[in-house]
Write a protein that binds this ligand. Sequence first.
Ligand code: AVI
Length: 336
Amino acid sequence: MPTPVKLPSRPSARWRQGGPAPLHALPQLIDTRPDARGEIAAGLLAESAAIAPKYLYDALGSRLFEAITELPEYYLTRTEASILARSIPEIAATVGRGCTLIDLGAGNCEKAASLFGTLRPAQYVAVDIAEDMLGHAINGLRQSWPGIEMLGLAQDFSSELTLPPRVRAQRRLLFYPGSSIGNFVPGDALRLLTLIRSRCGNDGKLLIGVDLVKDAAVLEAAYDDALGVTAAFNLNVLNHVNRLLGADFAVADWIHRALFDRSLRRIEMHLEARRDLVVTWPGGQREFRGSERIHTENSYKFDLPDLAALLKRAGFERVSTWTDDRRWFAVCLASA
Ligand code: AVI
């Protein structure tokens, strides 16, 4: 068993407005999601209170994240897309036709689907923790790409990545875009990459997107935009926790904070109490002093030598890298 690592999955939208799709209704969707309440209560009761970033992604949070990716300040998504658009012919030539594309944190599967035309995978495996549109997205994709065998796995791949026997063992390409690896503290990032490496097999590869260290003002604007969409995304975690835990957080009592810590090379998102207050939930409560914070997310930024070293420590042998002209973002193809 791999050592469980805390933290997030890539965001995705929900199956339907009314709630999650019944999993039995989704063909070829296997559910291994853990229970959330104990984890959330433990985080709130910790000396430095924290909520794991995966709880940012309820139905509204997923839509807010999609809006974030369109903000002028949030350069990550569009920069990665432009790098992939330029590099995908070379990547496809290295990988060759007929691979098994395993999409980690697939969400609505759009990013991976944009590669199908050039990559021509034989099999597509979408993995996501979210109780959402995985099955729906796959059913839609199946219409457009009847030649690709498709499978959805509802799984928290940060703690397990169990690939059923149907997933071909040869020529796997694991796809982990969006700098989601940056939402893990370094030890957990290494454990996750090592786990991913172990699922590559002998001839597999990892295609990963990572955000690079840059000017603090650019980074802080990306996580504290003028429209306040990221603030809404961060604050919305309290509504989600209220529903999951039965807590009584009042969103209006909290302020969004996003600061770049240059020594740790990470953006930290917090929620800061506007005044002294008490939050309660069945079986527990926590007092917060005014200006006390709840840590909701880290977003680590990388430099290229450290990134190559991290991938090598995780067991990858060769690493090819593509960046944009400003060197703000990198896409790496790492071979097992
Ligand atoms: C999903 N993840 C890579 C995003 C990031 O940039 O760390 C989540 C996010 N948080 C605030 N804005 C976007």
